[in-house]
Design a protein around this ligand. Structure first.
Ligand code: 5GP
Length: 215
């Protein structure tokens, strides 16, 4: 349970989901949020896709083979999983449950399929944010700018962007990522406000009563 230093009020950790079409900037926003806020932990997914140059095992993903992925999915070790761009991705369950149990908030950068699966099991503790690119041309520019994917992969991701974007109404918040610093500030503001929701604050009625009793 997270406790503030100034009050006896606690709360359960919340799950903050960021989704966007590939290249809209959710990974950069996620990193910025982690730098800015010590109370939130990133959920590191497992994936069967090949490691890109510059990626780090255990930081960007846990890179595993299909057999291991299938076993994790079968034994319930994944909180959610989905096939995206022909590869499998999933959220390891234990790390999330441990972080939430310790009163930390958990950040997920996953697709709409994963967001839907998490929502089925954690409605009250889930906050979802959809990140839109400012334009199609900017989305393409960012995908090319990564310089890590082939033309075929880029064309495939552009084609899939439309499908991902069609899920925007399923999210609690939508931001247009025109300026990454502003977007990080916006997502942090969402996180901060959601932490203060009345229903999340365990012990609030007792705290208020203790104030009223002494008035
Ligand atoms: P990339 O291969 O570019 O890192 O990610 C491709 C897509 O897979 C992105 O939309 C990303 O959000 C999504 N993704 C990454 N990890 C997970 C996960 O654990 N679960 C689901 N459902 N999607 C994921």
């Amino acid at each position: 349970m997270a406790a503030t230093t100034t009050s006896p009020i606690h709360r359960r950790g919340l799950m903050l989901v960021l989704s966007s079409p590939s290249g809209a900037g959710k990974t950069t926003i996620a990193r910025g949020l982690l730098d800015r806020d010590a109370g939130i932990t990133m959920s590191v997914s497992v994936t069967t896709r090949a490691m890109r140059p510059g990626e780090v095992e255990g930081l960007d993903y846990y890179f595993i083979d299909q057999q291991r992925f299938d076993r994790m999915a079968e034994t319930g070790d994944l909180l959610e999983h989905a096939r995206v761009f022909g590869n499998c991705y999933g959220t390891p369950r234990v790390a999330v449950e441990d972080a939430l149990g310790a009163g930390r908030d958990v950040l997920f950068a996953i697709d709409w399929q994963g967001a839907q699966q998490l929502a089925q099991n954690a409605r009250d503790d889930l906050v979802s944010v959809f990140v839109l690119p400012p334009s199609v041309s900017e989305l393409e520019r960012r995908l090319r700018g990564r310089g890590q994917d082939s033309e075929e992969v880029i064309a495939n991701r552009m084609a899939k962007a439309s499908n991902e974007i069609s899920h925007w109404p399923e999210y609690d918040y939508v931001i247009v990522n025109s300026d990454v610093t502003e977007s990080i500030a916006a997502v942090w503001a969402i996180l901060h406000a959601e932490r203060l929701r009345r229903r999340r604050q365990i012990g609030l009625p007792e705290f208020v009563r203790s104030i009223q009793d002494t008035l």
